[in-house]
Design a protein around this ligand. Structure first.
Ligand SMILES: [Zn+2]
Length: 377
């Protein structure tokens, strides 16, 4: 395992940064190790030389909405799931909160060179009320039982699809009655498991907040009042702008048969950047999720972050949302003394120019260099 000497800027969070740090035995330290006095040439016999790396280091990126084991057709084989995780890693994503997978992707966790994965089990939907082959499709009355089952299967998270087009009404409609939803989320909480929900529609937000949902995915239908409620409850939103960019296509596809749905999807598409600014104005915590794995490719965290900046969120806040803020929310360590060295080093500071995220120079996971520009490592 390499011994690294980082110089330049080592960012811990918005309040703390260091001029240098060391990585030894897989961990980061801000205290010069005794053996570092031997110098970069490595004059000691039993230790490897220190590898000098200069740049702007930040805690490994976090994609909080990423589907490992899913592609546009549904479940993929394990080999492709590993490839997806590798592509995410090479983009700087070193921690994934899976937002539901059609397969048991826990085998990814055995790979030391792949991103850490916090699984949400299978996402929970109803027959004909979500993309076919993606979720665990259940009847309404089974919601509480299935949430408990998935809560026991995942790594502390459950994912519920809370609204989708209803072909009978021709518009987005909640999938679950509010009372059952509240019972199901309470059952997950009783097991110490948090719940997140896919939601496009305005109508599902109040029942989710009433039920003490822990996180909101997409949130395209949230009103200002609902944003304020979520902010007061400490519930973050994952805007998934790469996904919302598809809403115009969904609207076009649905226009002939489902005009009300199409009109709503188009309106949310047109409003997508203003919606993200409104999230921030309401005091909501924003997190970064690519929604990779369905129609969106893996490894797109830089692109998602750029869209958030384009929407009007300052780059420094987007970097926080994609890194240490997300780690804090998920209960994962960042670059604190003695933590696992999971970090990405950039030649330029992404807090000043978000496009720097596209060019990670060196990616360090569990103290090992897993990728570096030019080396093909
Ligand atoms: Zn998703």
């Amino acid at each position: 395992m390499a011994r690294l000497h980082l110089t330049g800027t080592v960012v811990v969070d918005a309040a703390t940064q260091h001029d240098e740090a060391w990585v030894e035995d897989g961990h980061i330290t801000f205290t010069r190790p005794v053996t570092a006095d031997a110098g970069a040439s490595g004059t000691t016999t039993q230790n490897e030389p220190w590898v000098e790396i200069s740049g702007v280091a930040i805690p490994g990126l976090v994609d909080v909405h990423c589907h490992v084991g899913l592609d546009s057709g549904g479940a993929v084989d394990p080999e492709l799931a590993l490839k997806q995780a590798t592509v995410d890693r090479d983009a700087g994503t070193l921690l994934i909160r899976d937002a539901g997978s059609p397969i048991d992707n826990s085998f990814v966790q055995a790979h030391e060179d792949l991103p850490r994965l916090i699984r949400a089990g299978r996402f929970i939907a109803r027959p004909k009320r979500y993309l076919r082959g993606y979720g665990r499709e259940i009847e309404v009355e089974d919601l509480v039982r299935v949430v408990v089952e998935e809560a026991k299967r995942g790594d502390g998270w459950v994912k519920i699809i809370s609204d989708w087009i209803d072909r009978d009404t021709g518009d987005l409609e909640p999938l679950w009655p509010a009372d059952l939803l509240a019972e199901a989320i309470a059952a997950a909480h009783a097991l110490g498991v948090r719940v997140t929900a896919h939601t496009f529609a305005t109508e599902s937000i109040d029942p989710l907040l009433d039920a003490r949902i822990d996180c909101i995915e997409h949130g395209t239908g949230m009103t200002r009042g609902q944003m304020e409620r979520a902010a007061a409850a400490g519930v973050p939103v994952v805007p998934t702008l790469l996904q919302v960019a598809n809403f115009e296509n969904y609207a076009a596809q649905g226009r002939a048969k489902f005009p009300a749905y199409a009109e709503r999807m188009q309106r949310m598409y047109d409003n997508r950047f203003a919606q993200v600014r409104a999230f921030r104005d309401a005091g909501l915590t924003l997190l970064v999720g690519t929604d990779a794995g369905g129609t969106i490719g893996h490894g797109a965290i830089a692109e998602e972050a750029e869209l958030m900046v384009e929407a009007g969120i300052p780059a420094a806040e987007v970097v926080a949302a994609a890194s240490w803020s997300a780690r804090h929310f998920l209960g994962a360590r960042g670059l604190t003394e003695g933590a696992s060295a999971d970090l990405v080093i950039y030649p330029r500071d992404p807090r000043r120019d978000i496009t720097a995220l596209r060019e990670p120079a060196t990616i360090v996971l569990r103290g090992s260099v897993v990728a570096s520009a030019g080396s093909g490592a």
